[in-house]
Design a protein around this ligand. Structure first.
Ligand code: ADP
Ligand code: ZN
Length: 759
């Protein structure tokens, strides 16, 4: 069949498809799903063939240059999934497809460009010229002769090397029109590959370790597994997909064991599985557990430490069905797994599943969609489910499975609270480690066990609070902490832009020493080294961790026991299993509590619960000491009591009142420009358009207001928050108001559907 025209989803931030001519030599090879190289404006870019229209309004179609890696193409399922993502998240389909590629072959990152030399004259003409300039320009002459024998195209470096010509000679030939030198992408898939065995994970140092004996599942695990079995038993041909399963199990309840058994069954029956974990949890320890727990299963780990080539080969193997289970971070959700029968998303509440650049998809939600399209079971696991997921479970959209007890000898650690405040400051000059925490650290050191100290200090600006009574200044209509702006010396709401000047005394207790927060992990680590001179203190945060390697090094040191006290940010809070940690201290539980974000309480609850969960996982029972300025705040109080359910009930109430997710959907429209007036004006225009087309009562448009971070890299930022009853209304509204993402020249518009960050 002759297909003269192809429709291409081009890798550019444009919400439309482009038509290209299919050259005859590609006509019988090009298929839907192929990645191609196409001329685009004045450059060459990649795209994916998504269809073959009968005709085109465009009269002069440009031809497709070539098919990239013809033996790997996107299958129908991934095409469908990515198109859904493009529509739902207001991204270009071509960009989503690009994001669906393994990072190694994606544009941008790791991508290489080379200059390619194309010959523009006939061999005879080249030889003629070669003879003519032989005396005067021997270098050019030799090069011409070489090109007459092999017209290429040649990558420039290869040509220079093979012909022995100088770059000067080559430039001259280009100037004189015998050749052209064009900058082109190198597709690693086209590069010759040395065989490298990506299935042997480079981070896995003891793949030959003996398999541990199979654990006997406890009752709750057994129940959970039976529920997953039921979902797997559902006939794939039925019209409806099985309900997604939310596995709510406390830290250390044995969720991973449940995933392993379910995956094992799937593979034994000839199917395949896909496991998403947060990037930060993709440690050698995690990988080892999957390897050991799934003996004989062909596992592919989509690890960022894999080189481009290994990734590419891995992709091929996955597509060819030579892999049984794929495990990876967010983008692994696009792995082209044939006969996929089960998806697992561990730590489903993790904000890092959301990509914070275009396409701004949430890996967990894409996973739910993928499972739905394939009508296969999906298991979302967490000790602290997102409000959205738990709400779905409570309203019957998900099936809820609970594992309220630990699988290990000791139950959840005992948690005690140390209120911070006026008295505390007078007792301890440092203001960081309270008497009770100090005591526990000494005990722990004496027992030769390990301590984790947590402080989530990422602050971008500070909030005003009263150290005496804990009062925090909030916006009346938004229930969001007001941010103190030093420049204008004002308290401002980042949702509705209300402002007030900061009072000099606390309106609750009239205390006059109002404070702004301000200590980071580095200071804590330094202070501890002084306080405990014999202890080995380590630090784990974004500053101490430069890359994957150093992260692993610190975790390994801690694992081996070379660090006694590890101070860190959220990086130490998640997923890790260090059996010798018997004490966890939270320096100040409040750091994130007053962020101008409606999820501030949820994040605080999650992080305290998660970090507490690092204690007492081994032989020794665990202790947790939580220091807090707001001991009575429900997020902190209920985290200390390990009462997720109560937290959910409380939080869901305030979400409903203020119409935040899980009640309805929101989108954040961010406008940024180097010129403040431009950004403000465009934001005003967009908000006005949104308000004009808003028909329903259930839709509200807030703002524009200056973003919580009003300027980043010299760009002024304004944002509009759109709330709607459901995703359909939200999408329709944005489309109707013609809110277009993109446009770099004067002001850029970013549309973030289901934003995870309100900054
Ligand atoms: P989670 O993923 O819920 O945090 P894990 O699966 O990591 O929990 O299990 C925590 C610890 O309990 C692990 O060391 C695991 O080997 C152990 N474990 C899990 N299930 C059982 C069981 N049924 N009996 C004994 N130990 C178990
Ligand atoms: Zn407000």
């Amino acid at each position: 069949m002759v297909k003269p025209i192809a429709e291409i989803a081009v890798n550019a931030p444009l919400n439309r498809l482009f038509h290209y001519e299919v050259p005859v030599e590609l006509g019988d090879r090009l298929e839907r799903g192929h990645r191609v190289l196409v001329p685009f404006g004045r450059r060459t870019t990649t795209g994916v063939c998504v269809g073959f229209p009968e005709e085109s309004e465009v009269t002069t179609l440009k031809p497709i240059r070539e098919i990239l890696h013809p033996d790997c193409r996107f299958d129908e399922h991934v095409l469908r999934l990515t198109r859904w993502i493009a529509r739902y998240y207001f991204a270009s389909w071509g960009e989503v497809l690009e994001a669906a590629l393994p990072p190694g072959i994606r544009a941008g990152k790791n991508e290489r460009f080379v200059h390619v030399v194309r010959v523009l004259s006939s061999a005879e003409a080249l030889l003629e010229e070669s003879a003519r300039v032989a005396k005067r320009a021997p270098a050019q002459s030799r090069l011409l002769e070489y090109l007459a024998g092999d017209a290429g195209p040649h990558p420039r470096p290869a040509l220079l090397q093979a012909s022995g010509a100088t770059s000067d000679a080559l430039r001259r030939l280009a100037e004189r029109g015998f050749v052209e030198i064009v900058r082109e992408r190198v597709d690693p898939l086209m590069a010759p590959t040395k065989s490298s065995n990506h299935l042997a994970d480079p981070t896995d140092d003891d793949a030959d370790a003996p398999t541990p004996p199979q654990l006997e599942l406890h009752e709750d695990q057994d129940k959970a597994l039976r529920a997953i079995d039921e979902a797997l038993d559902l006939d794939a041909d039925t019209e409806t997909a099985p309900l997604p399963i939310l596995l709510h199990g406390v830290t250390g309840s044995g969720k991973t064991e449940v995933y392993l058994r379910a995956l094992d069954r799937v593979v034994r029956e000839g199917g395949r599985g896909l496991v998403l974990v947060p990037e930060i949890s993709l440690t050698p320890q995690t990988v080892r557990r999957f390897r050991e727990g799934l003996p004989g299963v062909r596992l592919a780990v989509q690890h960022s430490m894999l080189g481009a080539r290994a990734r590419t080969e891995q992709w091929r193997d996955i597509q060819a069905g030579q892999v049984d289970v794929v495990i990876g971070a967010r983008s692994a959700i696009f792995a082209p797994v044939p006969d996929l029968r089960l998806i697992v998303v561990d730590e489903e509440h993790e904000p890092s599943y959301k990509q914070e650049s275009s396409p701004r998809y949430n890996g967990r939600d894409v996973a739910v969609m993928r499972a739905n399209m394939l009508r296969i079971p999906i298991v979302l696991g967490s000790a602290t489910p997102s409000l959205e997921s738990y709400h779905n479970a409570r309203t019957g959209r998900y099936r809820l499975l609970e594992m309220p007890r630990r699988a290990t000898p000791h139950d959840l650690p005992t948690v005690s609270m140390v209120p911070l405040g006026k008295e505390f400051y007078s007792v301890n000059g440092s203001g960081l480690v309270s008497g009770p925490l100090d005591h526990q650290i000494r005990q722990c050191l004496k027992r030769k066990e390990q301590t984790i100290l947590f402080l989530n200090r990422r602050g971008f600006s500070t909030y005003l609070h009263c150290p005496s009574c804990g009062f925090v200044f909030k916006c009346i209509s938004c229930d969001i902490a007001l941010t103190y702006h030093r420049g204008e010396h004002a308290l401002r709401c980042h949702y509705c832009d209300a402002r007030q000047s900061p009072p000099s005394e606390c309106p609750e207790c009239t205390f006059r020493g109002l404070r702004r927060s301000g200590v980071g992990t580095e200071k804590v680590a330094e202070l501890l080294s002084n306080q405990f001179p014999d202890a080995r203190v380590g630090r784990l945060d974004r500053d101490s961790v430069k890359n994957d390697k150093s992260l692993r090094a610190i975790l390994d040191d801690f694992s081996r026991g070379d660090i006694d006290i590890l101070v860190g940010t959220q990086m130490i809070a998640k997923g890790h299993d260090f059996p010798r940690v018997s004490l966890v201290g939270v320096i100040t539980a409040d750091t994130g509590l007053h962020f101008p974000d409606f999820r501030a309480a949820e994040r605080t609850f999650q992080i305290i619960t998660q970090v507490s969960g690092r204690a007492g996982r081994g032989e020794n029972p665990g202790k947790v000491v939580v220091q807090s300025f707001s001991p009575d705040h429900y997020a902190i109080d209920l985290a200390v009591q390990s009462d997720y359910r109560a937290f959910y009930e409380r939080e869901v109430d305030s979400r409903q009142t203020l119409a935040y997710p899980p009640f309805g959907r929101i989108a954040k429209v961010l406008v940024q420009s180097e010129r403040e007036e431009r950004a403000r004006k465009l934001a005003d225009d967009i908000a006005a358009r949104l308000r004009t087309v808003t028909s329903s009562e259930s839709i509200s448009v807030l703002g524009p207001a200056a973003s919580p971070i009003a300027r980043i890299q010299d760009r002024h930022r304004f944002q509009i928050l759109v709330k709607a009853a459901n995703a359909r209304d939200l999408g329709a509204l944005l489309r109707q108001a013609n809110v277009q993402a993109g446009g770099r020249t004067t002001a850029e518009v970013v549309v973030d559907v289901d934003p995870q960050s309100m900054l």
